[in-house]
Design a binder for this molecule. Structure first.
Ligand code: BTN
Length: 245
């Protein structure tokens, strides 16, 4: 089960890197959580730094073994993780939590959590995966260059990071079962949680500014958008980005 084994570190460069290093050395069991009070070299998407406040925020990674998951379906890992974070925040009383494609967790327009998933593929399947989560709990939510928030700022009171973690691990386990079983519920929930769905938003397609309307994601994790003029097409992160907010 997710969280039944836990490694707690005072300081580490990055929990994702630590998990990857362990996986090269030994058999790490599915669901092992590597939690750090402080990261000195926390990494975000597109190799950006991820900064958090030691002891105030949550920074951890989970080793996942998605039995035989087809590499073409690896987006389900992003869906499961983002929805679990959303569930846990909602259960803590945070309102208006949405998922910005592919897997940023926002409260209104502000980012509260970032997710970094690193998959090792073998023969067209996901051999193992490292899921890294950075959740702004009691800090001011400093996310590089982005509008950011924290659970404390949203609720107006401090929150016990350990209690939040325990709730989040429960939701990860629940969403994991959905992801590894019949996925229809997970996909429907992801669609409902999709930030900006149905709204015309500034985006960038192949580096050029456009206005587009996100509709949903397909099984490969591409965002289906309506373009001005009415055409609907799916795009991956290699071509499409959200524009500046
Ligand atoms: C993002 O850019 O939004 C993703 C941020 C992911 C940060 C987490 S913190 C725990 C884990 N270790 C890392 O170095 N990164 C992830």
């Amino acid at each position: 089960m997710i969280g039944s084994a836990r490694i707690e570190l005072a300081t580490v460069d990055s929990t994702n890197k630590h998990a990857a290093d362990l996986l090269h050395l030994t058999e790490v069991q599915h669901g092992t959580v590597i939690l750090a009070r402080e990261q000195t070299l926390g990494r975000g998407q597109r190799d950006r730094p991820w900064r958090s406040q030691p002891g105030l925020d949550l920074t951890f990674s989970v080793v996942l073994r998605p039995d035989g998951l087809d590499a073409g379906h690896q987006f389900v890992l992003a869906q499961f993780a983002a929805l679990a974070v959303r569930d846990a925040l909602q259960r803590t009383g945070v309102p208006d939590v949405m998922v910005k494609w592919p897997n940023d967790v926002l409260v209104g327009p502000r980012k509260v959590a970032g997710i970094l998933i690193q998959n090792e593929l073998q023969g067209g399947r996901v051999r193992h995966s490292v899921l890294g989560i950075g959740l702004n709990v009691n800090s001011d939510g400093d996310v590089d260059g982005a509008l950011a928030t924290s659970v404390r700022l949203e609720l107006g009171r401090t929150v016990d990071p350990e209690a939040l973690l325990s709730g989040l691990l429960d939701r990860l386990e629940l969403r994991w079962r959905q992801a590894m079983g019949h996925r229809a519920g997970l996909e429907a929930d992801y669609r409902d949680a999709l930030w900006g769905r149905g709204r015309w938003l500034p985006m960038e397609l192949d580096g050029a500014p456009i206005e587009a309307r996100p509709l949903e994601v397909d099984a490969e994790g591409r965002l289906l958008v309506e373009l001005q003029g009415g055409a609907v097409a799916p795009f991956g992160l290699d071509r499409l980005r959200f524009g500046p907010r």
